[in-house]
Design a protein around this ligand. Sequence first.
Ligand code: HEM
Length: 404
Amino acid sequence: MPNVDEFGYGKVAPVEDWASDWDYYNAQWSNDPYPIWDDLKSKCPMAHSRRYNEGVWLPLTYDQIDLIAHDTLTFSSVHNGLSAGGFEERPKLPPIHSDPPEHLDLRRAILPFFSPKAIEAWRPHVTAHCEELASAIVARGSGDAAIDYAQHIPVHAIASILGVDPADGNMFRQWIINFLVHGPLDVEVRDEAMRATSEYMARQVTYRRERSGDDLISHLIGVEINGEPMSDDLIVRILVLQMVAGIDTTWSSIGAALWHLATHDDDRRRLVADPSMIPAAVEEMLRAYAPVFVNRVVTQDTVVDGVEIKEGDSVFMTFPIACRDESQFERANEVIIDREKNRHVAFGSGIHRCLGSNLARLEMNVAVETFLRHMPEFSLVDPEAVVWAPGQIRGPRSIPIVVS
Ligand code: HEM
């Protein structure tokens, strides 16, 4: 394994017993969690841990996740991160941290910008950007499919939708890494990233108040909730969420797809020969390598699958584990790129289901299609050099490849 000390695994106590002391901030979990999940499924209905909070539950089935995601009264989204700081007060990012009834209006404020039609209009822009990135790798004959390609695509897309300078992307990427990758263990780093992102967005809102455009920021300035415009503070927190939710998630999924295609020649060659298979393959790779875990806080004592869950406990929303549940997906641990029935929950389930799923799908499809068109044959330089990041968003952060 490459040197991944930078993630701070050394600061975390090793896991002796996954059923009673599971941890997502663990190198084994980050690099290859599937044997851990399979073993847990054979041992208990849910795993438990006292890390991050007195009681943190780990659901292990699709049905548990589906039930919990739909019971927003018992399972609140008010704290959706698990970190060393516990549940201390932090800025709320609507609508992901909002419970009903506030949630609906806040979600509706953003929705028009992410409708299928609105997102489709971005296809040429995203394609042109992917072309540029792919051509640069081809010209060099080698590169890093995560660092030189996947990372850039969502940053560029979301900057364009917000109406800010895509050249600010390097800053965005560093804030996101500090927030989501280093933040769980180091609350100062996390809070500093949140402060910097918020200040940046506040400056953009001020700018757009004077020079309105057809971007998301101008749109939010014009939205009214219950007849009142939203405050700058609320708009800033909504905008920060677009970065936190829209960047690392998508680059993880694009990266995982390219890693899969670098390591599975048959699948890659089938997609090269017949690109019309790419949308189904993208859905399958979203399912198999679903990147997102979020937390819920329990508001009242309850029982799920015979497990007694207490008020104040946490439940880690294991959408990626639900996506590999054999009761829903035949041969769930296999990637079947032409899988027909694929009602995966990589984008979540219930009222918080991903608001950016149309954009994420567009970016993934264009990214895979463009990459394969420019590089029908590519492979890993060294499988041991691939790094999967820890954190609530799991994905490969480095995928060195060579183009044949
Ligand atoms: C492959 C990429 C993505 C994946 C796998 C993903 C996954 C998810 C998941 C699992 C949730 C549910 C969270 C919960 O239950 O609390 C969610 C919510 C959300 N996502 Fe995504 N996401 C992706 C890309 C995006 C993009 C590109 C955007 C927008 C730029 C976005 C914006 C949001 C927002 C705003 C929410 C909160 C919705 C609400 O609370 O009503 N996501 N996403």
